[in-house]
Design a protein. Structure first.
Length: 229
C-alpha cells in the first residue's frame, strides 16, 4: 500500500516488458479535500487482504479466457483526469492477476477449499454492501453455476441491488452478451497488488484513455517514468 514510484518500478522490473496491462478509470473512486481516496463501489475489492475484480468491468474481463488472465496480465485502475491537479492522473491500484475463475461458485469453492474463510467473510455480499462474492446455495457445476436463482441474494442496500434495480446483481452471476459462461472473475497476486490511498504515483500530461485500453508492461514503466505519454 502507498508504495512510491521507485518501489513500484523495482517490483515491475522483475517481469517481462511484453506482459499485457489493461487499464481503465475507476469512476467510483473519489478524491476528498484532504487528498485521500474514497472507494464508493464494490470493485475493485481489497477486503480480506485479497484483490478481486468480480462484479464490474464485465466487458473488459471478457477480453481474455480464464487461462489467459492467469498467464501474466495486469490491471491498472486510474482516477479520473479532473479529480486531481490539472495535467496529472493518479493511480488507484495495480495488480497482476494470479487466478481467474469461470463463475462465482468456482471462486467461492476455491477460497473455501484453501481455508481462506476470512476472505469469504470480508467479501460476502450477504453481509457487506460492497461485497463482490455471491455464495451458492449448494455446490454447483456445469450450467447451474450461471443461474442467479442458485445463489443467495445480497443484503439490502448492496451496491448492485438498488431499489430501482433490485436484480442488478444477476449480471454478476451471468452477464449477457459475452459467452455462455460469462466473463472470468479475477484474483490478484497479493505480492504484486498495489493500492494507493492518496495520489502518489501518476501519469503526467495524460491524454484521455479509451475504455479498457491495452498497454504492455514496458510502456507502463515508461509512463511511470514520465517519458511515454
Amino acid at each position: 500500500m502507498d508504495v512510491c514510484t521507485e518501489e513500484l518500478l523495482e517490483a515491475l522490473n522483475k517481469f517481462p516488458g511484453s506482459e499485457s496491462v489493461r487499464l481503465y478509470v475507476v469512476d467510483t473512486v473519489k478524491i476528498r479535500r484532504a487528498g485521500v481516496y474514497e472507494q464508493t463501489g464494490s470493485e475493485p475489492n481489497f477486503e480480506g487482504g485479497l484483490g478481486t475484480l468480480c462484479t464490474c468491468k464485465h466487458q473488459m474481463r471478457s477480453r481474455y479466457s480464464t487461462e489467459s488472465w492467469a498467464s501474466g496480465v495486469w490491471v491498472l485502475g486510474l482516477t479520473g483526469l479532473s479529480r486531481w491537479r490539472r495535467g496529472e492522473q493518479p493511480f488507484y491500484y495495480l495488480m497482476r492477476i494470479a487466478q481467474a475463475y469461470e463463475s462465482q461458485a468456482d471462486l467461492f469453492q476455491a477460497l473455501e477449499a484453501q481455508g481462506r474463510l476470512e476472505v469469504l467473510t470480508a467479501k460476502d455480499s450477504r453481509t457487506s454492501q460492497l461485497g463482490d462474492i455471491f455464495a451458492p446455495k449448494r455446490p454447483l457445476s456445469n450450467e447451474s453455476r450461471f443461474k442467479p436463482d442458485n445463489y443467495h441474494p445480497p443484503m439490502d442496500g448492496h451496491a448492485h441491488s438498488h431499489a430501482d434495480n433490485p436484480f442488478g446483481w444477476h449480471n454478476d452471476i451471468f452477464y449477457d452478451g459475452t459467452s455462455h459462461t460469462g466473463p472470468p472473475l479475477l484474483v490478484g497476486d497479493p505480492e504484486y497488488t498495489f493500492v494507493w490511498t492518496r495520489p502518489i504515483v501518476r501519469r503526467r500530461n495524460p491524454y484521455p484513455i479509451r475504455d479498457y485500453e491495452k498497454w504492455t508492461l514496458s510502456r507502463l514503466r515508461s509512463v511511470i517514468l514520465g517519458i511515454d505519454e
